[in-house]
Design a protein around this ligand. Structure first.
Ligand code: UGA
Length: 445
């Protein structure tokens, strides 16, 4: 099948590459010519395990190519995926201007060229409920028929850091459309995955669009819920690791997404929960649960500041802290809405100095010129003369730290584990005063 993907961000690039790997002929289009130039040479603009290799493999087979001009592939393409960004506007609603401009361009090209093959325009970007309907209205305003251009929705459920695996082993594939032929044609490209037991759900546009927001909002709810339970654990002496395990053994609850931490980040949960709240507000509905989820997350992100202020009796000025992990989760270099960044901002405002190490993030524009901020070459350089280690992201390399070495380098033996990588007893034995999220506090001063 001939496919065009518009937008070579994380969603578009992963989807396009994996669809090429399934045997389709895919062209990924982006207006950013610099980016397209790099992609043509097999260079990937962000870190995603396995993606570079898969791009290079599919370029060499001739199934995957790149262009800055949608016209290059337009005539032959049956499916056109819109995978452009939908960043939040100031009021929290998703900015759909890029989605609409792709749709306008597609409609214009169909009008100009009479010999097009029958096409499907599919939103892959996360778009608010009703977007598909707007695209139908745009098409209907012209003389173009549903048979020439059908509108569909196919949300993606990939996680950064394990996107390739997620694409080939999805829990479900959701397809929404006004048109049966469009649903069947889209289902055909996912058939190889269906054979390996991934169910394909065909539904209407609104259901497909809402299912994406509902899924992300529910996952965010699980995280805020366990973060609140972990706060209760700290007040009672219960152990959140065990509470999570026990809860997860109930199949109705499920064992995933019950790890407490410094709040959820990334390009999806914060944006999507907020957009769902806004959408509900516009519909005259007060979405109470998701509002609470968002508010718990906000507090959780900076909870560590209070812990440090308590420890240092209200004064962090002149103290040096080592932050381990900048990305919002491991196996990515994405720092969007990362709790680490929020923590650093707060600590700098409190007069502290920051030394950080992350296995992938080597540059942070925001703090570039701040003399109290530095990015170090490894954990131990970050720990030197520090007044406290803060584990903010659960990269594997932070799971097996040489605690003895850190103890010998650090000025004040304070270890703050926001990801539950260490048992408090282990840290105590190594000579640290420790705070481990959702577990008994061993801090004495
Ligand atoms: C999320 C969803 O998991 C994907 O299904 C979805 O496709 C994607 O958003 C999207 O909408 O594009 P992602 O943002 O890549 O994927 O990352 P997650 O693995 O979901 O983690 C999000 C945040 O939640 C991270 O900050 C992570 O540290 C935090 N988290 C996750 C927890 O604090 N505890 C957990 O138990 C799980």
């Amino acid at each position: 099948m001939s496919i065009t993907i518009v937008g070579t961000g994380y969603v578009g690039l992963v989807t396009g590459t994996c669809l090429a790997d399934l045997g389709n002929s895919v062209i990924c289009v982006d207006t950013n010519t610099h980016k397209i130039g790099k992609l043509k040479n097999g260079e990937v603009p962000f870190f995603e395990p396995g993606l570079k290799e898969l791009i290079q493999k599919n370029i060499s087979t001739g199934r995957l190519s790149f262009s800055s001009d949608i016209k290059e592939s337009f005539n032959d393409s049956i499916i056109i995926f819109i995978a452009v960004g939908t960043p939040p506007l100031d009021n929290g609603e998703a900015d759909l201007s890029s989605v609409y401009s792709v749709a306008d361009e597609v409609i214009k090209l169909i009008k100009e060229n009479k010999n097009n093959v029958r096409k499907i325009l599919v939103t892959k970007s996360t778009v608010p409920v009703g977007t598909g309907k707007v695209l139908i209205e745009k098409r209907n305003k012209t003389k173009i028929t549903e048979d020439q251009l059908s509108i569909a929705s196919n949300p993606e459920f990939l996680r950064e850091g394990s996107a390739i695996h997620d694409f080939f082993h999805p829990d479900r594939i959701v397809l929404g459309s006004e048109n049966k032929w469009a649903l069947d044609t889209l289902a055909a490209i996912y058939k190889p995955l269906y054979r390996t037991q991934s169910p394909i759900l065909k539904t209407n546009l609104e259901t497909s669009e809402l299912s994406k927001y509902a899924s992300n909002a529910f996952l965010a709810t699980k995280i805020s819920f366990i973060n609140e339970i972990s706060n209760i654990c700290e007040l009672t002496g219960a152990d959140v690791e065990d509470v999570s395990k026990i809860m997860g053994m109930d199949a109705r609850i499920g064992k995933f997404f019950l790890h407490p931490g410094p709040g959820y980040g990334g390009s999806c949960f914060p944006k999507d929960t907020h957009a769902l709240i806004q959408l509900s507000k516009n519909l005259g509905y007060d979405l109470k649960i998701v509002k609470a989820v968002e508010s718990v997350n906000k507090e959780q992100k900076v909870k560590v500041i209070k812990i440090l202020l308590d420890y240092y009796k209200g004064n962090l000025s002149g103290k040096t802290f080592s932050i381990l992990g900048l990305s919002f989760k491991p196996n990515t270099d994405d720092i969007r809405e990362s709790s680490s960044i929020e923590i650093i901002r707060n600590l700098l405002q409190n007069g502290a100095k920051i030394k950080v190490f992350d296995p992938e993030v080597k540059h942070l524009d925001e703090f570039n010129n701040n003399k109290n901020f530095s990015i170090e070459k490894d954990t131990y350089a970050a720990a030197k003369n520090s007044d406290g280690i803060i584990v903010a992201t659960e990269w594997n390399t932070f799971r097996e730290l040489n605690l003895e070495k850190i103890k010998s380098l650090i000025k004040t033996p304070l270890f703050v584990d926001l990801r539950n990588l260490y048992h408090p007893e282990k840290l105590k034995e190594a000579g640290f005063e420790a705070y481990v999220i959702g577990r008994k506090l061993l801090k004495t001063s």
